[in-house]
Design a binder for this molecule. Structure first.
Ligand code: B16
Ligand code: MG
Length: 217
């Protein structure tokens, strides 16, 4: 039976994708090319440096590592300005209620995010107290679809992977969950998250009852 729920951050609990997009778009403009919202889809769940590589390939540009770190830092400074202004109103519909329901029903909760900015976002939105463990991009060396972030989460909770369920909005995250030996609920569209055991459009559709049905299946 399920003992723990592991949550991705961006796209599952908060919509920070729009801030990532604004910052990447600004960087692309400074470099002299256009970066569309559609291009931005490819960055979901992907680490900062891998995101930069995708962006530069869209612009057909190549730089050495020192320059790439400088560009990534420039983007991150703009992104950080946006998330510094976030508050609880930016928690996605149903997320807080479901986190509370998990805890009221004795389930452990952990964050499993690729972001190095996760703590700022959790603190500003008031979500930090709802987690028994927080694993973010400052704690991992291998990005999703590597299972590391979720395996570290399960270990921090002392729950075996097969008793964990992951909530993810990115295809790479669903794969990471499966490689960790965990079931996955996709948040978004079945077209991209079809590999997940269940796909819902938001956490508003998620209940403890549905979670239990899932673990019986
Ligand atoms: P940062 P998640 C991911 O967060 C985002 O989806 C992805 O777009 C971003 O590039 C990555 O975090 C790294 O974020 O630049 O803040 O370290 O979905 O894993 O919660
Ligand atoms: Mg995500």
């Amino acid at each position: 039976s399920i003992k723990a729920c592991l949550f991705d951050l961006d796209g599952v609990l908060v919509d920070t994708a729009k801030y990532h997009y604004l910052a990447w778009k600004r960087l692309a403009e400074e470099l002299g090319f256009t970066f569309t919202e559609q291009d931005n889809e490819k960055l979901k769940g992907v680490s900062r440096m891998a995101s930069l590589d995708i962006l530069l390939s869209v612009g057909g540009l190549q730089f050495d590592n020192a320059k790439k770190y400088e560009l990534a830092e420039r983007k991150n400074n703009w992104y950080f300005e946006s998330i510094s202004k976030m508050d609880h109103t930016e928690i996605l519909p149903g997320a807080l209620n479901f986190l509370k329901a998990c805890r009221e029903n004795g389930l452990k909760t952990a964050l499993g995010s690729a972001s190095k900015n996760a703590m700022t976002i959790l603190d500003n939105t008031g979500l930090t107290p709802y987690f028994d463990a927080i694993i973010d991009g400052t704690r991992t060396t291998n990005a999703k679809p590597d299972p590391e972030v979720f395996l570290l989460g399960a270990a921090a909770l002392s729950v075996p992977p097969e008793q964990c369920i992951v909530f993810e909005d990115a295809e790479a995250g669903v794969e990471a969950a499966h490689r960790a030996g965990m079931s996955c609920v996709g948040i978004g569209s079945p077209a991209t998250l079809g590999q997940a055991e269940l796909v819902v459009s938001s956490l508003q559709e998620m209940t403890i009852e549905r979670l239990k049905e899932l673990s019986l299946a």
